[in-house]
Design a protein. Structure first.
Length: 442
């Protein structure tokens, strides 16, 4: 799924951040050495951001203990942020925190960068660093020289981002989705209704996704927050969100009736009201039995539905379907979780994709060359749609009971697997330009 970016985090972070007074020319008494003063003036009056940054760096190298060191570093932070140079910006924020360990602006800029890096790389140390700085930022007291209004603006921009960084660390580094839910909730509570539709919408989606994790599952809340995101997402993203919204609503309720009312309610307020009730569906085993009884030809069931029957149906119903499936060939559209020369493990159902676990194991008939082994994350489709297709023959299935942290599922093994390559679109024959005669044959 594409990453949803509804608002620039850095644009938000730039609101009223500079609370350290800027040195003016008439404040000559602040820098007693005239040579140092002139060097500082020359650096700060540069109009080109790159030239100004270079001049300030040179000034600090020449006068490492200058009385305006903090002010110069403060300006450098803004310059590198404007130049989108994360590495240099992070270096300057580190130096600024060495001068002023309670500098909320430096903490915020550091958290923003490290949080972004955490999201890109999932590196545990980077995620932990962002969270540790965020926790520190929440405890920083208001500086004596900062007005209450300026401090309110600064913390209004900073605190939601701090909770967001802590939530991301909980989800990525610690895999503690209940803790992530608490932090995302704290973040969204700090946003007004209008902000929650923009700056807070990405993390509203993260909160929805946390609520579908096995150890923190609450499908009613997941549906609410998916609906909230769907309500305000740009049109290009609605088509990506709606399948998940419908999947989890149907999984909990059994059908799609009433979902439009949930969408309408979620558009009005960030959090679900205490009166929200979604009627739970019949037990999976009962639903599956009714599905089988009302489906004339079980061959017409989608692959994910067949897997659901084998995973959650009664043993009797699962065995009835297996009699039909065993030794039959089938395509296996899904995302590669693990692959080797002789076996490919694939997540087919949405639950398996969310958990990044394989529910289908395809033993290949002929081992693949190293260059042909699909990468983790590659998605097989149907060759009839022009996509690369993974096929295999049903061989065995095992129902895996639920545990405290995982739902009941099935592991389905296929033999004699093979890959049908993606169909290449035919290249249209080249037509000579109008008035151009083909070269004469000799």
């Amino acid at each position: 799924m594409k990453k949803l970016v509804f608002a620039s985090v850095m644009a938000l972070a730039s609101i009223s951040l500079v609370y350290t007074p800027t040195l003016r020319a008439q404040d000559s008494i602040t820098i007693k050495d005239p040579v140092e003063y002139n060097a500082y003036q020359m650096a700060t009056t540069q109009s080109d951001p790159k030239a100004k940054a270079a001049a300030l760096e040179s000034f600090l190298q020449t006068y490492p203990q200058s009385v305006v060191k903090q002010t110069a570093l403060d300006q450098l932070v803004d310059l590198y942020q404007g130049l989108n140079d994360d590495d240099k910006e992070l270096s300057v924020t580190t130096r600024l925190l060495q001068v002023d360990s309670a500098n909320l602006k430096a903490i915020l800029y550091s958290v923003v960068i490290k949080k972004r890096q955490c999201g890109k790389t999932s590196d545990a140390q980077t995620c932990d660093d962002a969270a540790a700085l965020a926790r520190k930022g929440l405890t920083v007291p208001k500086p004596a020289g900062t007005s209450g209004d300026d401090w309110k603006k600064l913390t209004g921009a900073a605190y939601p981002l701090f909770h967001s960084a802590m939530a991301l660390d909980d989800a990525i580094s610690k895999k503690d989705f209940k803790a992530a839910e608490a932090e995302y909730t704290s973040e969204l509570m700090l946003y007004g209704e209008d902000q929650s539709k923009t700056q807070g919408l990405v993390d509203t989606l993260q909160l929805a996704q946390a609520y579908v994790q096995p150890d923190a599952k609450d499908l009613v809340k997941a549906v609410w927050f998916y609906a909230r995101v769907w309500d305000f997402a740009p049109p290009a993203y609605k088509a990506q969100i709606e399948p998940k919204l419908e999947y989890y609503y149907k999984k909990y309720h059994g059908a799609l009736d009433g979902l439009d009312a949930i969408k309408t309610q979620a558009a009005a307020t960030t959090f679900p009201p205490g009166t929200l009730v979604i009627t739970p569906a019949k037990t999976p085993a009962v639903q599956i039995h009714e599905l089988l009884e009302t489906t004339k030809d079980w061959n017409t069931l989608a692959l994910a539905d067949k897997e659901t029957v084998l995973a959650l149906g009664s043993k009797e119903d699962a065995d009835r379907l297996w009699v039909l499936l065993k030794n039959k060939q089938t395509p296996v559209p899904g995302i590669v979780i693990e692959a080797a020369a002789s076996v490919i493990k694939v997540a087919v159902t949405q639950d398996a994709k969310d958990a990044k676990t394989a529910d289908f194991i395809v033993d290949l008939k002929t081992p693949l060359a190293d260059k042909d082994i699909p990468a983790v994350g590659f998605e097989f489709g149907l060759q009839s749609k022009g996509q690369a297709e993974l096929d295999g023959t049903y061989d065995s299935y095992t129902q895996i009971p639920a545990t405290e942290t995982t739902a009941q599922t099935a592991q389905i093994v296929l033999r004699d697997g093979f890959i049908q390559a993606e169909k290449k679109k035919p290249v249209a024959p080249h037509k000579p330009a109008a008035g151009h005669k083909p070269a004469a044959r000799h």
